[in-house]
Design a protein around this ligand. Structure first.
Ligand SMILES: [Mg+2]
Length: 99
């Protein structure tokens, strides 16, 4: 299945992208796309382009979604479960920063 419901989890997002956009031989291509999207995010943040009640195109909301998209694609290539990794990293952060 290749659909997204409401209130999706990070696992469901990764599953969705595995079915939609997965090429294990293209890790660096996904990485370059991620960097490109981070650059686009920088621009819309500098211009404070928010979606508000309008379209998502050209907004911080759009570019953050793009960054999440390619982050999840890269995780899929390396067979990384982002939910697990995020929880483990938060445990490290708790020790390091006390919160
Ligand atoms: Mg973009």
């Amino acid at each position: 299945m290749n659909t997204l419901g409401t209130n999706i989890t990070l696992n469901e997002l990764q599953e969705y992208l595995k079915n939609k956009d997965y090429n294990p031989d293209a890790a660096m291509a996904y990485f370059y796309k991620l960097i490109e999207e981070v650059g686009e995010l920088a621009e819309v943040m500098r211009k404070n382009k928010r979606q508000g009640d309008g379209e998502i195109k050209g907004t911080i909301e759009e570019e953050l979604s793009d960054v999440l998209y390619y982050t999840a694609c890269i995780a899929n290539i390396f067979q990384i479960n982002l939910e697990d990794s995020f929880k483990q990293k938060e445990e490290l952060n708790k020790v390091k920063w006390g919160k």
